[in-house]
Design a protein around this ligand. Structure first.
Ligand code: ZN
Length: 501
């Protein structure tokens, strides 16, 4: 055996005491044949089952090209990057989640129809095409086993296109009028190729129900250029952004100003292959065209937009897929509009989650107090990203509770209850981490900093379930390009797996 990887595998095999000598020799033989035929391949044994009674062996091998070997963590991180890139707005995020759920056998429930739920079956329902709740009906008594909920949000800070957005500057530049959505770090949006995604509403026969089409232009068509430093010598001393002036992207050069009329509508019509006159309205936001990536000397970081909070959506949905016939009803709730305070019909302050949990309970029990009892026996992990200590500006952080990237998931505390965590819900999450074999960290604000808030306390005002606020440590939260850890992302998924067991 020529290289270290095979030695490692030999070591692993010798550790498996259940395998007798002959079988071990047999496995070595298989591996050495594979080694000879595939010099450039590594073998990663992920499952090895020896059944004494049937005298059979199941050996599952993953073969990876030598230069492209990926750990499970990196694979999961790449999967997240693909998901984020395919989800440039909350509408695409929810569509992608739906497609993944359908593929895994989840059934779609219309909120306006009668639900006939079966224990052990998997379902999902959505609201406004931007919030979605997926669940597996528990096999246990709902009053006793309750709900195990992970919640996260689908939206991110962005620039949203205003109505009638075309503006001509200097008789030639076509600019698009936008307003800010949520608390974006505006400077990060400059000098970056941008594109447009969202949804478009079209004329239909029923005025109460327009036709809705989803759009992702997938080409770099906009940019917000900085002013040259020669014209603004103080730029590096801190710039104040006038949103209506400084944040308007340019889209094209036009020859005369009449060309601007309906420019965006015409573009949308062409992309969607519909008549421009049929387009009545839209919900469109800009996004960074460049895809995220794994980076760092040891590939330890994920650099991408929308890590907050699509990474928690991604980890939660994946964990739900892994849960098999749970006794409790496992729920993954993805809300919209967290970045603007959650107070919308599809946000965490709406009765969306409560209504779904009530309907599940009605389907599973005839007892009149079933929902009240189920709530008491439930637990919610509100999963939204957390601040890692910034290596350049450490003084902004609490002197003691200072999470680091790849140091594990973070429990978030705030005495004024902007985070709903208390000593008991934190202990629950701590135990889940220990059971999952995952290190965890704690976060509290520097006492002189206001800090942020999240879904937990907003959601509990609608439905009073024990809740902990957690998230993975990250830097540059709300930048167009955020940074988190490859290892942490996989660790959080492992904790969710444990929670849903
Ligand atoms: Zn967030």
């Amino acid at each position: 055996m020529v290289n270290g990887k095979i030695k490692y595998k030999q070591y692993q095999l010798s550790k498996l005491r259940i395998i007798n000598y002959e079988l071990r020799i047999g496995l070595h033989l298989i591996i050495s044949i594979l080694q000879k035929t595939n010099q450039n391949l590594f073998f990663n044994i992920t499952k090895l089952i020896y059944n004494k009674n049937n005298v059979s062996i199941y050996l599952q091998l993953f073969l990876n090209k030598k230069n492209n070997f990926m750990s499970q963590e990196k694979k999961f991180a790449n999967d997240l990057i693909d998901f984020i890139y395919a989800s440039p707005s909350q509408y695409q995020a929810v569509r992608n989640i739906k497609a993944a759920l359908l593929k895994k056998g989840f059934k779609k429930l219309d909120r306006g129809a009668i639900w006939n739920l079966q224990k052990g079956e998997k379902y999902f329902t959505s609201k406004n095409s931007s919030a979605i709740i997926a669940f597996i009906v528990g096999t246990g008594k709902i009053e006793d086993k309750g709900f195990r909920i992970v919640s996260a949000h689908t939206d991110s800070p962005s620039l949203k296109i205003k109505p009638e957005p075309e503006i001509v500057a200097e008789n030639s530049y076509l600019k698009i009028n936008v307003e800010t959505y949520g608390g974006a770090i505006l400077s990060t949006w400059l000098d970056r190729p941008l594109s447009i995604a969202g949804r478009v509403s079209l004329m239909s026969k029923n005025p109460l129900s327009p036709i809705v089409k989803y759009i992702n232009i997938k080409r770099p068509i906009l940019i917000i250029p900085n002013l040259a430093i020669h014209l603004f010598r103080d730029v590096n001393d801190g710039k104040k952004f006038r949103k209506q002036v400084d944040m308007l992207p340019i889209m094209s050069i036009i020859k005369d100003k009449f060309e601007k009329d309906g420019y965006l509508k015409k573009l949308l019509a062409k992309e969607l292959n519909v008549n421009a006159e049929d387009i009545l309205d839209f919900d469109l936001n800009l996004y960074e065209f460049e895809k995220g990536l794994i980076m760092g000397e040891n590939n330890e970081f994920i650099s991408s937009g929308k890590i907050d909070d699509l990474s928690m959506v991604h980890a939660g949905i994946d964990a739900l897929f892994n849960s098999i016939s749970p006794e409790a009803t496992n729920v993954m709730a993805c809300f919209d509009n967290e970045e603007v305070g959650s107070g919308t019909k599809q946000g965490a302050a709406s009765p969306f989650l409560k209504d779904v949990l009530k309907r599940i309970t009605w389907e599973c029990s005839i007892e009149k107090d079933a929902f009240m009892r189920a709530k008491i026996n439930s637990f919610c992990i509100s999963a939204d990203m957390a601040h890692a200590v910034h290596p350049n500006i450490p003084e902004k952080h609490c002197p003691v509770a200072r999470p680091k990237i790849n140091g594990g998931p973070v429990i978030k505390f705030n005495a004024n209850q902007k985070y709903t965590t208390d000593g008991i819900s934190a202990a629950v999450f701590g135990m889940l981490c220990k059971k999952a074999g995952v290190e965890y960290q704690k976060y509290a604000n520097h006492s002189d900093e206001a800090g942020g808030s999240t879904l937990g306390s907003i959601s509990t005002s609608q439905i009073d379930i024990r809740t902990v606020d957690v998230g993975n440590p990250m830097l540059a939260m709300h930048s167009i390009r955020e940074l988190c850890g490859v290892k942490d992302h996989f660790s959080m998924k492992k904790v969710f797996d444990e929670f849903y067991k």
